[in-house]
Write a new protein. Structure first.
Length: 215
């Protein structure tokens, strides 16, 4: 299949981009650790953010930790064990390369020990959205097999078929700080006020969509 000029540019830059997994892992651990608390059947509840233990028997889904004062989501111990003490989160970085708005989306998995202490953080970049000020968008991603990304293979390929899965992940990612934006975006976005988790990619695409009302 013949590629468009923009696709050729994306393929060229895509091959030379450096990996940022370690940087993303550091940001995730220091800035956006999961706000969760595991509750045993006797009501003893452990905050996974600070490690504080408290007794909580209320039925509310969220509670305030007495130590770090974070609002944490309550997870029952049986569910926590079913999750294998792992918490997956999606993060995204925004940067400008060769006048292209690039959104890189990562899956970050927080793994906890048997005593509910953070034991390990693994990061895998899943997809990249390449967007121009004229409204063009191309997607590169890891290869998939039976719907799952093949994370051992780091090379990204151009998606010529449906990008629904990549779009969903990018929309629901947490945007990391220190972003850089195209001037067309920077002038219309009030930083995080409009980049709401669940609609991030759609918001960017809407702003960059060309205005053809005069045609």
């Amino acid at each position: 299949m013949k590629h468009t000029p923009f696709q050729e540019i994306v393929i060229r830059i895509n091959k030379s981009l450096p990996q940022k997994d370690n940087e993303i892992a550091h940001m995730a651990m220091s800035r956006t650790r999961p706000l969760l608390a595991v509750r045993q059947r006797n009501g003893i509840t452990t905050c996974l953010f600070c490690g504080n233990t408290m007794v909580y028997r209320e039925t509310n889904r969220y509670a305030k930790c007495h130590e770090c004062e974070k609002n944490v989501e309550i997870i029952e111990e049986d569910d926590w064990l079913a999750y294998k003490r792992c918490v997956p989160l999606y993060f995204a970085s925004l940067e400008v390369i060769d006048n292209i708005q690039l959104m890189r989306t990562y899956e970050t998995i927080f793994r906890y020990s048997v005593i509910n202490q953070l034991n390990d953080v693994s990061v895998h970049e899943l997809c990249r959205h390449w967007m121009t000020s004229e409204g063009y968008c191309e997607v590169t991603s890891l290869r998939r097999f039976c719907g799952a990304y093949l994370t051992p293979f780091r090379s990204m390929v151009l998606r010529n078929s449906s990008t629904d899965n990549e779009d969903y992940i990018a929309n629901h990612a947490i945007v990391l700080p220190n972003m850089t934006l195209l001037s067309e975006l920077d002038g219309k976005l009030d930083m995080y006020e409009k980049l709401i988790q669940g609609n991030i990619l759609a918001t960017i695409k809407k702003i960059l969509k060309p205005n053809n009302s005069h045609i």
